[in-house]
Design a protein. Structure first.
Length: 150
């Protein structure tokens, strides 16, 4: 079957230096799944919090399902991530030890399950953002010159 990407956090690689990536399941209700199928999600402000041995995804927005009734879900409710205990413990140690944060990168269907890719991230300073833009622009120019030559 494969992977069908529903939504990506394009701002993440610009604002953060991404390190370790991890795939996690996510606990959703029925109308959230249907809204995700319709593409109504935003990961931009999302982050992962580890509390009481559970990983919780906060501040992501999943829009309301259009055909939902009064039982429709809240848009920005905290959602539990389905990870193994040792993975949660490892995330907790890295967050406390190095001052890192965990952010969602993308939401996707993997077979019939919805998965979220999360990454340990360190915030970039302004000069780091400028440097990464310069290298990206230089690489783009190199590729254009190669294409023109061919």
């Amino acid at each position: 079957m494969g992977i069908k990407v529903l939504v990506t956090n394009r701002k993440a690689s610009h604002d953060y230096e991404l390190m370790d990536r991890l795939e996690a399941g996510i606990s959703l209700v029925g109308t959230e799944v249907k809204a995700l199928r319709a593409g109504k999600a935003n990961l931009t402000d999302g982050w992962v919090d580890v509390e009481q041995g559970e990983a919780i995804l906060r501040d992501i927005s999943i829009g309301h399902y259009s055909h939902g009734n009064q039982m429709n879900h809240q848009e920005t409710r905290p959602r539990k991530l389905l990870l193994k205990k040792r993975e949660i413990k490892k995330l907790q140690q890295k967050i406390n030890e190095k001052g890192l944060t965990v952010i969602p990168i993308k939401l996707y269907f993997k077979e019939q399950f919805i998965k979220v890719e999360i990454a340990l991230a360190k915030g970039k300073k302004l000069h780091d953002k400028r440097e990464s833009e310069k290298t990206r622009d230089a690489n783009r120019e190199i590729h254009r010159a190669i294409r023109r030559k061919n």
